[in-house]
Design a protein around this ligand. Structure first.
Ligand SMILES: [Zn+2]
Length: 307
């Protein structure tokens, strides 16, 4: 703290999901001071009110008010233009198009910076993993996406669409996807398609590994096969030190070991796959800190400092 600065410089990160919003405060040394999670209300007005409620709660947990946060970063689903704060296709929030800084202008004094939630989460994970500079975060949720950090910088692409691999087709004869293609990765491994197929055969993701019925075995093998393909694609495309696997679909305890075993089996007999050692790069998302909200706080602070 410099001369004259008698209050700590606090940064707020908000991870906005379709169900909950997590607010997290870090100090100038990146220590987590507090975090609070409350339900998300949908639509622009609902979102503004629920963000204000989280900001109030987490601010009071550190003995202050939302007006004192030095920086504010927001991670949310959809295509996010980080420079302007424009968000589109945030369907999980009941919002087609909005501008986040404008929407939250009367909640905070500090400028608000928005980022796609998967990209913000990747920054949070990289930070928890001792600032690993080359990391790809593979998010298997309702949809499927990756966020790529190369040399310590997020890859956003020219139109902020980098990492939207859910609509990469892995099966030309597969199910039709809402995007107009067949066999998109998202139809195979994403929650929306997977839950529907599992429900149709009376199966459950938590117990899918011990379900010996042929239709359940088929679902399990197809799912793990898709994850193996995307892990291999990530390894050859970006050569990251870490492939972090997270998202609502991959919480079941059997998935990580099954994926590691399958990747090792595929590498047998292939000097290339053996040398890539993809299984050794695979990590879960650290659960000691809410990585999405931490990443959002980092987004807000880095943007403000011009980094
Ligand atoms: Zn698609």
């Amino acid at each position: 703290m410099g001369p004259g600065e008698d209050t700590p410089r606090l940064s707020l990160g908000l991870d906005i999901g379709g169900t909950n919003i997590t607010g997290l405060v870090i100090d100038g040394d990146d220590r987590v001071c507090a975090s609070v999670t409350l339900p998300t209300r949908h639509g622009e007005q609902g979102l503004r009110e629920s963000v204000a409620a989280v900001a109030d709660a987490v601010a009071s947990a550190v003995g202050t008010t939302p007006a004192t946060f030095a920086t504010v970063g927001v991670g949310l689903p959809g295509i996010v233009d980080q420079a302007s704060g424009d968000v589109s296709h945030a369907v999980n929030l009941g919002i087609d198009q909005t501008n986040i800084p404008a929407l939250l202008a009367d909640v905070f004094t500090a400028p608000v910076v928005a980022e796609n939630d998967v990209k913000a989460t990747a920054l949070g994970i990289a930070h928890v993993m001792d600032d690993v500079s080359d990391l790809t975060y593979l998010n298997i949720g309702t949809g499927v996406a990756v966020a790529v950090i190369v040399g310590g910088r997020l890859v956003r692409g020219v139109s902020n669409g980098a990492g939207e691999i859910g609509h990469f087709s892995v099966d030309a004869q597969g199910e039709w996807c809402a995007c107009g293609q067949r066999g998109c990765l998202e139809t195979v491994a994403g929650g929306r398609g997977l839950w529907k197929r599992l429900a149709a055969i009376g199966a459950d993701i938590e117990t899918l590994d011990s379900d010996t019925r042929p239709e359940a075995v088929h679902e399990r093998e197809t799912f793990i096969d898709a994850l193996c393909q995307v892990a291999a694609l990530i390894a050859v495309a970006y050569d990251p030190a870490v492939i972090a696997l997270g998202g609502g679909v991959v919480h079941a305890a059997w998935i990580h070991p099954a994926l590691v075993a399958s990747l090792r089996e595929r590498a047998t007999g292939s000097p290339l796959l053996t040398s890539l050692a993809i299984a050794d790069r695979l990590r879960g998302v650290p659960d000691e800190v809410p990585a999405g909200a931490l990443g959002a706080a980092i987004v807000g602070r880095c943007s403000w400092s011009g980094a």
